[in-house]
Write a protein that binds this ligand. Structure first.
Ligand SMILES: [Cu+2]
Length: 113
């Protein structure tokens, strides 16, 4: 009786360890550097409303509030979206808080909340 209980406990421990490892793998995937700011890049934060989405062209148009770090007034403009996962949150009509970086090709959205 006691022995089988210990065996079950050991099985549970092994199972939870495996689950934890699988979880770590998942977390690692989330932090893959895909459309994320590179080291040393200035990240700008802004709020805005999604007015247009072009998934094929990787562009989202945002009517954003003033961005102090860029010295920008409120305006509507297009941003590049390299990480397609971000389109899950970039839905026309949605009000979002987002982060972006300046790149040679344009402004790239790196995070959407
Ligand atoms: Cu702008």
């Amino acid at each position: 009786m006691k022995k089988s209980l210990i065996t079950s406990l050991a099985t549970i421990l092994v199972l939870s360890a495996t689950t934890a490892m699988a979880q770590q793998k998942m977390d690692g995937m989330k932090t893959m550097p895909m459309g994320k700011p590179a080291a040393g890049q200035t990240v700008h934060m802004a709020k805005g409303k999604v007015t247009k989405v072009d998934v094929g062209a990787n562009i989202v148009t945002l009517a954003h509030e003033p961005v102090k770090s860029m010295n920008w007034p409120a305006m509507t403009m297009g941003f590049l979206v390299k990480d397609k996962m971000l389109f899950d949150k970039l839905i026309v009509g949605n009000k979002v808080s987002f982060e972006f970086v300046q790149e040679p090709k344009g402004y790239v959205v790196t995070k959407v909340k």
